[in-house]
Write a new protein. Sequence first.
Length: 338
Amino acid sequence: MSVFRIFSILLMSAVLALPVAMAEEMQMKPVMNKTNIMQESSMQGGSIQRGSMQGESIQRGSMQGGSIQRGSMQGGSMQGGSMQGGSMQGGSMQGGDAPANARSSDYSDGYEYRHMAGWEDTDEIVFGKLIADQMEHRSNNHGSNSLRWDVQGWRGTDYNKLWMKFEGDHELSTRVGSLELQTLYSHAVSAFWDVQIGARYDQSYGVGANNHRIFAVLGLQGLAPYWFDLEPALFVSDKGDVSARMTGTYDLLFTQRLILQPRLEINVALADVPQFGVGKGVNDMQLGLRLRYEITREFAPYVGIAQQQKFGTTANLARTAGVAVNNVSLMAGLRWWF
């Protein structure tokens, strides 16, 4: 047999025997799986011994100085292990007494509020306002031109205020006019409404005798839904005459400075009071439109138009006195507040 044939047979035998040897070597090696024990591996200076990854206990393993003993990784209890010096042993999550170092229920942690002068309770701060909603000159299509004013002022807290209202008319040529002053106690009954109770003083002056009367007042003042400012009020005079008034306004903003304000006022009486030109039923209705430009929020010149219509017995009394029943006025004025 030649040397070449002998070499070929030996090489083929080696190639065939190689897979068998590799298979035997693989069977001799242990299989690594999740149940193998990890020993002598340190975690920040502490050892984990004889602990399996799942279901096995971890003993004598320290984590930053706190030991975890007899605690399984899943579903097991943690006993005797400290976390930053605080032990967790058999304590329930709810119920029981709070620890000595627990936070207070109001989150103050024992800190006592040192009241700042004037700011103890913001709803008890006293402040005030004075506003001239109407201060205008009227050019009337009947009768003399006139001046008209409607001023309100108040001072108090969010809940309790002293409220004053002053309004009137004065004819420039005849010097005939009327004025009304209300002094009220105003108490907030909701976020947007005040109940007002107090007294009202009326006086008419001019040619002939001057007349005056006093009323008890019960009313409301506030902001209705959709931003309507309303002032309904009931009046009882010192003679027992009962009357009522409803006033409403609405601000329609064309821009942040240019604002149109419609205003409606209706007066009703339950008895005739001829000396004041008041008849039973609906006395009059006043409708006005005022367009103002707020140079600042506190200072706004305006122009407008208004119509006043008298009804029923009140209209008859006006005709007898030579006063117009229906009057249209052009207005120019100034609205201000501080």
